[in-house]
Design a protein. Structure first.
Length: 165
């Protein structure tokens, strides 16, 4: 999990906002899949994870589990910040222009979130979840299949050549 969280922070530091956002939106799927018996993500697990680990940080009527799931679908699968089922026309992210901070605002039926704060909220949720669940039998079993960096190659496929797999 630390690899994913540090990559998100590196993306933000290098102003790779879309990459940071896509990785961040994956967290509820990844965590839900890790703690499941079959190692698979579902819409229900995604929403339940968000409600349990991050949702309370957002005022009622702004970002909820449904909006998160629809945002994930729009961004990760269609490359857009809207979805026909969302309560908002779109969700957009700001980058603290000139030191100004905009977060959890609705402008003309569009929800605004601060991308560094949103990513940090999600990372905090992941870290709290992992601290509690890292010894869970399902999590331990499914962690072996999590995307990882293999600096010495991926044996038996291609040893000696750094790989991600």
């Amino acid at each position: 999990m630390e690899t994913l969280t540090s990559e998100i922070m590196n993306c933000l530091l290098n102003k790779l906002c879309y990459a940071a956002l896509v990785l961040t939106l994956m967290f509820p799927d990844v965590c839900g899949a890790l703690e499941s018996k079959n190692g698979k993500a579902t819409r229900e697990r995604y929403k339940a994870w968000f409600d349990a680990w991050v949702g309370k940080k957002y005022p009622a009527g702004t970002l909820n589990a449904d909006e998160m799931y629809y945002l994930r679908c729009g961004v990760a699968h269609q490359g857009k910040f809207e979805h026909p089922a969302m309560q908002y026309e779109r969700i957009f992210f700001t980058l603290r222009p000139g030191g100004m901070f905009f977060h959890c605002n609705v402008f003309n039926n569009a929800l605004n979130l601060d991308i560094p704060m949103f990513c940090k909220d999600m990372i905090d949720g992941v870290e709290a979840w992992f601290a509690l669940k890292k010894t869970d039998e399902n999590v331990q079993r499914n962690l072996a299949n999590l995307v990882q960096f293999h600096p010495n190659g991926l044996s038996p496929y291609l040893p000696g050549v750094p790989a991600v797999g």
